[in-house]
Ligand binder design. Structure first.
Ligand code: HEC
Length: 170
């Protein structure tokens, strides 16, 4: 890659040279993995975080869900702290629910559908209740139009609980 870059620059193809340089820089920064509007990414290690609560969604999505939180989130939930402090991160995992092949009455997780993230930063996200949002499918953020719906729904229904639906399941 480096040789190609040197070659095209030396050959006087300045535009090609610049394009290669730009796409290289974007790939390095992983910018395409951040959600539109908010710039939220999937946090490292979230799969090891503690469970806040599971949830079940009926038709038409038919999903099993689990909300997990980082240490700041878990401490705030246990202490009943509202609003959630800056640094709180909540991740909602979701899977299609399918009938267990081994035991008919049981519904178990099938294919993963979405990973959704909420990050509390009251300054950066001052216009959306202090929360930044990200929805990801196969590790990639969905489009801007979908991200425009996040705060509207959370604000309309759970403004009194710092825009967070999930309660701690004891
Ligand atoms: C139409 C309403 C609605 C929209 C739109 C919506 N959500 Fe939610 N969200 C919910 C509900 C209800 C829950 C509670 C858990 C559940 O039912 O799965 C939830 C839960 C969450 C949670 C776990 C924390 C919590 O509040 O319980 C995250 C993270 C989340 N949503 C992110 C997003 C993101 C990101 C978007 C936009 C891409 C979004 N949501 C759009 C209704 C909505």
């Amino acid at each position: 890659m480096k040789r190609l870059l040197v070659f095209s620059c030396a050959g006087g193809a300045m535009l090609a040279c610049a394009l290669v340089a730009v796409s290289g820089a974007r790939g390095d920064a992983g910018a395409s993995n951040a959600s539109p509007l908010y710039g939220v990414t999937i946090p490292d290690g979230y799969r090891q975080w503690e469970l806040i609560a599971p949830a079940l969604e009926g038709d038409p999505l038919n999903e099993l869900r689990a909300v997990v939180g980082n240490r700041t989130a878990v401490d705030a939930y246990r202490a009943g702290t509202l609003p959630f402090p800056d640094g709180t991160v909540l991740v909602k995992l979701a899977w299609k629910h399918v009938q267990s092949p081994e035991f008919e009455p049981a519904l178990v997780p099938g294919a993963a559908t979405t990973v959704q993230v909420m990050v509390k930063d009251s300054r950066k996200y001052a216009t959306t209740g202090g929360w930044g949002f990200g929805r990801f499918i196969d590790g990639k953020p969905v489009d801007e139009a979908q991200h425009q719906t996040c705060f509207a729904c959370h604000e309309a229904r759970v403004q009194g609980h710092d825009y967070v639906f999930t309660r701690y399941a004891r």
